[in-house]
Design a protein around this ligand. Structure first.
Ligand code: C5P
Length: 233
């Protein structure tokens, strides 16, 4: 039947706040299923970085919307583990995009409707066979409302700050746990209270609280939910 779920590549959406484990879990799931992977946060981060590099104001909605639509960004996937490198105008910005400054800027530009609109079709274009795991804030609510399985991952702010701390330290970045917790709380507030595509679970999403859960267990939980949601696939 045209337009039915079965004639499109399947999508699993993973939404939730920063540090809930979405990124790591999505990448492992994509690898396990042999599917594509969309890190939508990286697109918002790349818009913010490109804007900074061009000396643009982060509240100039019209100009940022145009930038989002024509963003010269490319994802390159490692043949070894499938993890993506991100190129902005051919410059490898994978590491700088992960920094907290870029995350805070991203959350600012992400509140602008023109930026969200500018990135919409680019995100939907990731949905190709054999399937897509999409990581973000509004994957299940706005970008892929007809997704086959919608997961909302959460964890307490303290646990998320600890995870972020470890991640950034492992990458050799200099960070403080206290400032990370503050940053996480203010970013949660901004992402949850904005007018367009606020961070919230889709009505048909399944919430998984990952506080105290090892990554492997989160992955197994979602694989089991997928097996239940897609009998015979
Ligand atoms: O997930 P990540 O921390 O990389 O996202 C950075 C910021 O981009 C988030 O704080 C959020 O404001 C924004 N974002 C969004 N919608 C998405 C993904 C990210 O608004 N789908």
């Amino acid at each position: 039947m045209p337009g039915s779920k079965t004639d499109r590549a399947p999508v699993i959406t993973l939404d939730g706040p920063g540090g809930s484990g979405k990124g790591t879990v999505s990448l492992i799931l994509a690898r396990r299923l042999g599917w594509h992977f969309l890190d939508s946060g990286a697109l918002y981060r790349a818009v913010a970085l490109a804007a900074r590099r061009r000396g643009m104001k982060l509240d100039d909605e019209e100009a940022l919307g145009r930038l989002a639509l024509a963003l010269p960004v490319q994802f390159k996937y490692s043949e070894i583990n499938g993890s993506p490198s991100i190129l902005l105008e051919k410059d490898d910005v994978t590491l700088v995009l992960r920094g907290e400054a870029c995350g805070a800027d991203a959350s600012q530009v992400a509140a602008l409707p023109a930026v969200r609109e500018g990135l919409l079709e680019r995100q939907r274009a990731f949905r190709t066979a054999p399937g897509l795991v999409a990581d973000g804030r509004d994957m299940g609510t706005v970008v892929f409302p007809d997704a086959d399985l919608k997961i909302f991952l959460t964890a307490t702010p303290e646990e998320r700050a600890r995870r972020r701390y470890k991640q950034l330290k492992d990458k050799g970045m200099d960070v403080s746990l206290v400032s990370l917790l503050e940053e996480i709380e203010s970013r949660d507030a901004r992402d949850s209270n904005r007018e367009v595509a606020p961070l919230k679970p889709a009505e048909d999403a399944i919430t998984v609280d990952t506080t105290g859960m090892a990554i492997d267990r989160v992955v197994e939980t979602i694989m089991a939910l997928w097996a239940e949601a897609s009998p015979g696939r």
